[in-house]
Design a protein around this ligand. Structure first.
Ligand code: NAP
Length: 433
């Protein structure tokens, strides 16, 4: 497939674009392309927000359990690291906010920028490419009926943190306590006085173990297969253990032969990139990595460059990167950015993989992702955001200095210089939703 400009002159109106998912990636892509394309946003829930759509009162996700959200979740990075250049947080925002404030930020963005049509309660079932027409047939389920429509481009924005990676551990069927995936963790209060084990060595294990500790669990241990400790000064009852080897009743055995008793095991083992609604030849298959497989510029599907996947990389930059990806999609769809040959795109991906292989610490990863964002900004003539990487590098140090206090720090907005206000309560004292 060569340049896409032909399509636009063939079409009397704007190109029709289907955006699948109304979480942050879907919202920012839609906002970015809304003047260029006729956008329809399909969302299986009844509200926008993706992960951020969650009912604190009901302690369940609004429609179904596709959100991995939990009550009293504070963002784990400062807002100044993801604030958009064209959409600022309110003047009085603290640097670390809770879920409802993020939700409001997304809603305000929609009100300001999104011109598409939202189709809520619509679950996309099947996306197929019509090679002769150079377009897509998209089928969805709505009120028990299957409907379909033709689109010129498809943006998959369903995220990659909602389908649990659920590895099996020896003896897990004998466990006598509560055994869940982080996806189903909802409320730290439920773990008061209990003995908790989190499996995994990343953000969810870190945050959920700390939540359990904050709400008064007897102890919250973290078992992982990292070769080095996570590098934080944990509170006394949060302890890192080697990876578990066996579960027997309530007893867990670890690789060093030690054992411990638990009431709860939470698998914080991450999530899968899962797109069952995309036909096989359009389906992205990748693990969670800095440079996702199969894509040009980390968001355009090489096998069919009319398909985009938004926000599929392991992320340091989030919302400001998602919007830049949207700008890139806008300019590809408008024919302003030509699509290279498949061979060229693959070569470019190989070069990115080679660079990814050299990233042996977090600061390098942050800088790498910043350069990627700036490349998108250069291609589209939009604002560069790599400066937000400096905030992320400081944030990393704050975490190392105080894993229970880093969320009380204040940053300056990269765009306005506004200093984040102080939260009324410190993170450690806050147990309100
Ligand atoms: P993740 O970063 O992908 O980490 C998954 C972890 O599971 C890794 O440590 C991995 O270990 C481990 N794992 C996978 N399979 C395993 C197995 N068979 N045995 C042992 N360990 C295994 O996923 P995540 O921690 O759920 O984080 C996902 C996203 O959610 C992140 O973007 C994070 O920022 C976000 N999050 C945000 C908040 C917040 O805002 N407060 C809280 C939690 C999460 P290996 O590295 O060894 O494979």
């Amino acid at each position: 497939m060569g340049s896409n400009a032909r399509h636009i002159s063939d079409n009397m109106g704007k190109p029709k674009v289907a955006v699948i998912g109304a979480g942050p990636c879907g919202i920012f892509s839609s906002g970015a392309i809304g003047d260029t394309a006729d956008v329809t946003i399909f969302e299986r829930a009844s509200v926008m927000g993706g992960q951020w759509a969650f009912s604190e009162e009901k302690l369940v996700e609004l429609d179904r359990q596709h959100s991995s959200m939990y009550t009293c979740l504070w963002v784990n990075g400062p807002i100044e690291a993801f604030e958009l250049p064209n959409h600022k947080f309110p003047e009085n925002s603290p640097s670390y906010i809770k879920r409802p404030a993020v939700y409001k930020y997304l809603q305000d963005y929609i009100d300001k920028f999104v011109k598409g049509t939202f189709k809520f309660n619509c679950k996309v079932q099947d996306v197929k490419f019509n090679a002769e027409e150079n377009n897509f047939n998209l089928a969805w389920e709505e009120a028990g009926e299957t409907k379909s429509e033709i689109f010129d481009y498809v943006i998959v924005a369903t995220g990659h943190f909602s389908v649990p990676n659920d590895p099996k551990f020896k003896g897990e069927e004998t466990f006598t306590g509560k055994y869940i995936h982080a996806h189903d963790y909802r409320d730290g209060k439920l773990y008061k006085d209990l003995r908790v084990l989190c499996i995994g060595g990343s953000y969810s294990a870190e945050d959920i173990a700390l939540q359990c500790w904050k709400y008064g669990s007897k102890y919250a241990h973290i078992t992982h297969r990292r070769t080095t400790p996570m590098g934080f000064k944990w509170p006394e009852t949060v302890i890192e253990r080697p990876i578990l080897t066996d579960i027997n009743g309530s007893t867990v055995t670890f690789k060093d032969g030690s054992t411990e008793e638990y009431d709860v095991i939470i698998k914080c083992t991450g999530y899968l990139h899962d797109f069952p609604f995309m036909s096989e030849e359009l389906r992205l298959k990748t693990r969670n990595r800095m440079v996702p497989d199969d894509m040009f510029n980390q968001c355009q599907f090489i096998e069919n460059p009319r398909v985009f996947y938004a926000g599929m990389q392991d992320q340091y930059f989030t919302m400001s990167m998602f919007q830049l990806q949207g700008f890139y999609m806008r300019d590809v769809i408008a024919g302003k950015i030509p699509i290279p040959s498949k061979e060229e795109m693959k070569k470019s991906l190989e070069a990115e993989f080679a660079e990814e292989a050299t990233l042996d610490d977090e600061e390098k990863m942050i800088k790498f992702q910043g350069r990627y964002c700036d490349r998108l900004a250069e291609l589209t003539g939009e604002t560069k955001v790599s400066g937000q990487g400096d905030i992320l590098c400081v944030w990393e140090h704050h975490k190392v200095d105080g894993i229970t206090t880093y969320r009380d720090e204040q940053f300056k907005s990269h765009w306005t210089g506004r200093l984040g206000s102080k939260n009324e309560k410190r993170w450690i004292d806050d147990t309100d939703p």
